[in-house]
Design a protein around this ligand. Structure first.
Ligand SMILES: Cc1cc2nc3c(=O)[nH]c(=O)nc-3n(C[C@H](O)[C@H](O)[C@H](O)COP(=O)(O)OP(=O)(O)OC[C@H]3O[C@@H](n4cnc5c(N)ncnc54)[C@H](O)[C@@H]3O)c2cc1C
Length: 488
């Protein structure tokens, strides 16, 4: 069976990437080991602002907002930081467990008619100059132009591609569990020398979710109920009669990143490209961001409108973003230790980060809204995400994000209609003439000069900024959306 792109793994990253490719009308298929979209335990607990914006850019954010809980704060150590003045429509964290997130993404992907080969794994592949032969566990063979490993932290695609997974070994392991407890456990967060411990009620108000650092680092084996009971007694002095445990797992703060996100026709995205402690709740959001950065580029390369080299910009842009998340997650682990010196550091950092400027910087960072790709420095918008402005167009008022629903590039002209000529790219780039008279405010940067036009990539990042002329526009169009089409 042939497909243009085969994605190994239908978790959040693989599903998002499949949606992006399907929107671009690319023949994409997912191979997923699980029989269905059930997720063991609750895993990720929600979405950060920029990730909600990405869903909004595709017109599906409402589905997630309808099921999640908006929380206008972000935790930092023992402090809650206000998110409500983030310059985004989605100035909050959306509490929503991974199972719901995956189901909503899977529904979208199914509407886009992406085939999913369920209940089988990618077991091997061989690439040549024209494509990749992909072997599945049931003996089926697929042929694709590109294979993307979205197959999680233990990615067999990454291993088989021989891509190094560089980083730091685990320093702490945590038990995570869901079950029932008797009496009134010590709800909330507490610290011990090794790390953090938390007990909270699940959505049904009866069952408990707990995360608890272990006294000794353990990895590589499945925890037992006995491990859980002993840990509870060591930390709380009681095991609260823990029973009916429906999920018991162990995770560590191992922090690793693939040395490269690409080996010729094989690419990596999501946890297969980076793993880190769940502290800060950034893993799932980062995978979705990878997928949205890669999707349109891969679509253009498969379609032949852009050279293969466009795929190298995925590595150039996303690898540093991932490295920054890894660094941050290690800082969170360090701050979560319970010894007196770390407590002193945590108190000092909490004091500093509640000051206005550090808070703004930190909340933009953790929400992903401050991401800037290095596309030049002629205007602060370059390489940053386009804000969701309320525009006035010939057909009425439109939000910028609604222009991106089809995952196509947009030239947004905010000045005189005649100045910009994009005729040789007219089949690929949507041109919109509009008016906007409000302020331009970017996270962290603040107010910026209003541009006369912007070229917006399908991932919502700004590729070119006009200041009354079309200087540089043709170069940007060629670089990002392929050579000009000859006149018919
Ligand atoms: C205990 C725990 C708690 C977490 N808490 C948070 C949190 O609070 N916030 C947060 O943002 N993140 C959290 N994470 C991380 C988050 O769950 C991941 O970052 C996210 O799931 C990554 O998505 P992914 O699609 O890249 O990988 P995964 O979700 O791992 O998906 C990989 C998919 O590939 C499939 N697969 C694997 N191998 C193959 C193969 N060979 N062939 C075919 N299919 C294959 C798997 O079945 C799976 O569906 C947590 C993770 C764990 C383990």
């Amino acid at each position: 069976m042939k497909h243009a792109v085969v994605i190994a793994g239908g978790g959040p990253t693989g599903l998002m990437l499949a949606g992006e490719l399907a929107l671009a009308k690319i023949d994409v298929a997912i191979v997923e080991r699980r029989e269905n979209q059930d997720v063991a335990g609750s895993r990720a607990g929600g979405l950060h602002s920029r990730t909600i914006e990405l869903l909004d850019q595709r017109g599906i954010a409402e589905r997630f907002l309808a099921e999640g809980k908006r929380m206008p704060v972000a935790p930092f150590a023992m402090t809650m930081l206000d998110l409500s003045d983030l310059p985004s429509r989605h100035n909050y964290w959306l509490g929503l467990f991974q199972e719901r997130i995956e189901r909503l993404l899977a529904d979208w992907v199914s509407e886009l008619e992406v085939p999913i080969y369920r209940g089988r794994s990618v077991t091997g592949f061989a690439q040549d100059d024209d494509g990749v032969d992909v072997a599945l566990s049931d003996g089926m063979a697929l042929r694709a132009e590109y294979l993307v490993g979205c197959d999680g932290g233990r990615s067999s695609v990454r291993k088989q591609a021989g891509i190094e997974f560089r980083g730091w070994d685990a320093s702490t392991s945590y038990l995570i569990a869901e079950g029932e407890m008797e009496g009134e456990p010590a709800w909330g967060i507490r610290y011990s020398g090794k790390g953090i411990h938390g007990l909270g009620k699940l959505e049904d108000g009866k069952r408990v979710r707990l995360v608890s650092a272990e006294a000794e680092l353990r990895q590589g084996d499945e925890p037992t109920l006995d491990d859980l009971r002993k840990n509870l007694v060591a930390v709380y002095g009681a095991d609260y009669g823990v029973k009916n445990v429906t999920w018991l797992s162990r995770f560590t703060d191992a922090t690793r990143q693939a040395a490269t996100y690409r080996a010729r026709r094989v690419l990596l995205a999501g946890d297969s490209a980076h793993v880190h402690s769940p502290a800060g709740g950034q893993g799932l959001s980062l995978g979705v961001q990878d997928a949205v950065n890669l999707g349109w580029k891969l679509a253009q390369v498969v379609r032949g409108t852009s050279p293969d080299a466009l795929l190298d910009t995925y590595q150039a842009e996303c690898h540093p973003v991932g490295a920054r998340v890894l660094e941050r997650s290690m800082a969170f682990t360090a701050l979560a230790r319970g010894d007196d010196r770390t407590l002193a550091l945590r108190t000092m950092m909490s004091d500093l980060v509640t000051m206005d400027q550090p808070r703004k910087r930190y909340t933009a960072l953790i929400s992903g809204l401050d991401i800037r790709y290095d596309l030049g420095s002629s205007h602060p918008l370059l390489g940053r995400r386009m804000p969701d402005l309320e525009l006035v167009t010939e057909s009425g008022s439109r939000r910028v994000f609604t222009l991106l629903h089809e995952a196509r590039p947009v030239l947004l002209n905010l000045a005189e209609p005649a100045v910009l000529d994009i005729a040789p790219w007219a089949n690929r780039v949507k041109r919109i003439d509009a008016r906007y008279s409000g302020a331009w405010e970017l996270p962290v940067v603040g107010a910026v000069d209003a541009p006369s036009a912007v070229l917006i990539r399908p991932d919502g990042h700004v590729a070119w900024v006009g200041s009354g002329t079309d200087e540089g526009l043709r170069d940007a169009l060629s670089a990002w959306f392929g050579a000009p089409e000859p006149k018919a």
